[in-house]
Design a protein around this ligand. Structure first.
Ligand SMILES: Cc1cc2nc3c(=O)[nH]c(=O)nc-3n(C[C@H](O)[C@H](O)[C@H](O)COP(=O)(O)O)c2cc1C
Length: 252
């Protein structure tokens, strides 16, 4: 197997121009969302270790506005999968205007209006995924052996959803560094539309659940540097001198 440039790692806590990634940077650069898992269970201690990375995430005013629920019950995960598919079908029935001419005429304006009202939630990418899930062409939780439900405490200070996002990033990076695969599942929101499931999972105000992280042993090799857009970054130097740099092209 060809050696990756990240195979020669730099030591932590040092920097010189052009040096190789250190182990932390390597984990950040190579983590990918994993959507195919082995059936093998994940030891409880390993789950605890990953949660510990989440628990140590920084938060506004150290509010730690979250609660974790670990789901290992395979029957429950399968039930959640089926329920999410059912709700997706129901939602698609209301918004999918491409199925016939009648729907194109009468439903399209309504769906387009809703899309404008909720541009993030009804963006084409999650919308297409929802369509695939409703058509049973895609799974929601990827048959992962573990789900970490990352509940947000709405009483948090500032922007608790941001705190929870940082916590989740700690979780996925720690998991990757330990050989586990993860995938964030925003589609969990679909399941949370049903109060039955909120009750069943014990999610009540001030907590809310929008995303979960599925976790397990990856099947196949998904490692690799991810493609990302080059960012045009404005640098404001001494005396207010501004310049634009193409972050991603520059050797650092
Ligand atoms: C908040 C959030 C929600 C996501 N929801 C889903 C999801 O429901 N289903 C899915 O397959 N991937 C989901 N993803 C994974 C993204 O598609 C993925 O991170 C992105 O395409 C970049 O790929 P990478 O993670 O391999 O770098 C989600 C990611 C984030 C951060």
């Amino acid at each position: 197997m060809a050696k990756k440039p990240t195979d020669n790692l730099s030591p932590l806590y040092t920097y010189r121009d052009g040096m190789e990634w250190n182990p932390v940077e390597k984990v950040i650069m190579e983590r990918r969302s994993i959507r195919n898992f082995k059936k093998e269970p994940v030891p409880d201690n390993l789950i605890r270790r990953v949660l510990e990375a989440g628990r140590f995430a920084p938060t506004a005013a150290n509010a730690q506005p979250w609660k974790f629920i670990v789901v290992k019950d395979q029957a429950l995960i399968a039930e959640m999968e089926r329920a999410t598919v059912r709700i997706s079908k129901f939602l698609m029935w209301f918004v999918d205007y491409n199925r016939n001419a009648f729907r194109r005429i009468f439903l399209a304006p309504y769906t387009k209006f809703m899309t404008r009202l909720m541009p993030n939630k009804l963006h084409p990418v999650p919308f297409n995924l929802l369509q695939q899930i409703a058509a049973e062409n895609a799974t929601v939780y990827y048959n992962a052996p573990v789900m970490i439900l990352l509940l947000i405490d709405k009483r948090g200070i500032g922007n608790p959803a941001l705190d929870a996002g940082i916590c989740g990033q700690n979780i996925v990076l720690a998991a990757h560094s330990l050989g586990l695969g993860t995938c964030w599942i925003g589609m969990m929101t679909v399941l949370m539309m049903n109060p039955f499931w909120r009750r069943k999972l014990g999610i009540k105000s001030p907590y809310e659940l929008t995303d979960c992280i599925v976790l397990g042993w990856p099947k196949g090799d998904y490692d690799g540097e991810v493609t990302r857009e080059v960012q045009l970054v404005e640098w404001i130097e001494t005396n207010g001198v501004k310049r634009i740099e193409r972050q991603g092209d520059v050797i650092c």
